[in-house]
Ligand binder design. Sequence first.
Ligand code: GLA
Length: 380
Amino acid sequence: MNALLAENFRSRFGRGPLVTAHAPGRIEFIGNHTDYNGGTVLGASIDRRVQVAVAPRNDGRWRFASEAKPGFVEMTASAQPARRADAESWANYPLGVLSAFREFGLRTPGGLDFLAASDLPAGAGLSSSAALELASALAFLELSGQQAARDTVVKLCRHAENHFVGVPCGILDQGVSGFGKKDHLVFIDCAGPSFAAVPLPEGVRFWIFNTHVKHALVDGLYAARHRECMEAAEFLGVSLLAEIAPATLAAAQAGLPEIPFRRARHVVDEIARVNATVAALRAGDLDEVGRRLTASHRSSRDLFENSTPELDFLVDRLAGAENVYGARLTGGGFGGAVMAFTHAGYAAADAERVVEAYAEKFGNRPDVLPVRTADGAALD
Ligand code: GLA
């Protein structure tokens, strides 16, 4: 059990936790907005994570605390909890998981104290919310003496995000946090979904440049892109865009309005890029991998229109720099962070030069976070 987390739990609740669990954040390596379109995607679980500690209560109350917030979010245990708003909205992630338990035929703990801690920057596109869901689900299962297959846990957490939190996300974030493996990428075929580990060669590194710039309407923009993709699929007579081959889309272009065509083109090409990236990784051709990553960013910028000038600037600086294979926005877009995939020779001083150029242009500094791969969610 994690000693510091247990200690913090004790000082909040006056007794120790019974169960602790953790779940990593993730990088979206390549496969931008392909997941909810039934496509393929590659991600990596990282060495930044959310930790959760829980203990049972016998008075039928649920009390949620976060190390990042003062006080508690408190309520009577319920099979159908109500959503929380404003300063309490962080609790919608564990609450959404509890609400999904019932829908997946699982029992919810009758009473509990809950503490979450995180070293994942929120809003950087590293999926701190999925990590909170996964760690919560594992802790709740253990606390209530139940077991569930890993893919059920992943689907349950996505269900919480879609139906309780209200974001129409795909399976990427929860799948990677749940199935991550150190020194590997997670390949997801979202049509199943099915999950597989793809080994990474030695001596590669990941760098995150977090701009802290985020479009104010980011959730609404994500939902808008989701809608546009579904409309494009309908125009094309398929249920999901992954069913369309690149040549079929090209042939259908004349009959499609401009926006649905662009969104479809991004998704269809991106799925092909994911598959080409897997092949290049297997062949050990990291330059080719990098070219695909950077091409993915350009497609987000031009066709999916979910980039920002700040993200574009970082990618332009990084792609082609010495020891950098490729760079792209990571996650939903409309702000957040850029990921650079590099050789181990890329150093903090190289990253600092990028930060300085950025600061000169935009007047503030992005955070730089070198990250490594890590294993997926687990009980401690
Ligand atoms: C967010 C969502 C994911 C995925 C990415 C974009 O991270 O939560 O499901 O759609 O954006 O690829």
